[in-house]
Design a protein around this ligand. Sequence first.
Ligand SMILES: C[S@@+](CC[C@H](N)C(=O)[O-])C[C@H]1O[C@@H](n2cnc3c(N)ncnc32)[C@H](O)[C@@H]1O
Length: 221
Amino acid sequence: MSRTLIPRDKRLPLEQLTPYLLPLSDPPTAFDFAAIFGNTNPLELEVGFGKGGFLLQSALSYPEVNYLGIEIEKAYVLYAATRLAKRNLRNVRLIHGDARRVIPAYFPEACLRTVHVYFPDPWWKRRHKKRRLFQEDFVRQCERILQPGGKLLIASDVEEYFGVMNELLCNQTHLQATDAPLPPSDPRWLTNFERKALQEGRKVFRAAYVKPLAPTNASVA
Ligand SMILES: C[S@@+](CC[C@H](N)C(=O)[O-])C[C@H]1O[C@@H](n2cnc3c(N)ncnc32)[C@H](O)[C@@H]1O
């Protein structure tokens, strides 16, 4: 997938961004989020945050919630960190890495209230489909890191991939489909890709899943 490069002059120097970046220890140890944020506020994660618009609006609107983002493209991580630093938003931390590796290695079980995944790359070509974020392991990891009652929110403008995402969630996890959130009425809440999809007249598909409060015995495939 081609990316618009973000010019260097759109980023603050790395020293000013460091407080917003969460380093990955080697060897991996589980994150201690209470120590990282200095509080035990509810925690939400966005996977593949791109330019960071959703995290920025969320962190501004809900200062009593802690936000995490994982993004594989370093240029986006630094750009989003710059946006956070300019507003001195201390309830967000960004992780540079592949969510498929970072989540299993660093995220404790049942640590999150919500996981957001908006417009994951569809990787159209058949030989590239293995690069897709939504695979069996990823959906099972989403289930593992959600607290009972926690939610996974997804959106895509690619109907075929959206179908695959829902199929994986239904067949590989105990997460239960629930009412999807309404589309944001305030355009500031639209992610960059959602804005583009709507401008170009593409339909946006949304779904929400909830982790059952009590463990279920039903087996998954
Ligand atoms: C199509 S963009 C959507 C960005 C943003 N969510 C939006 O709606 O504007 C998909 C994003 O996911 C990131 N991404 C793709 N695979 C990833 C992975 N395995 N781990 C973390 N980020 C990933 C990409 O770099 C890109 O920024």
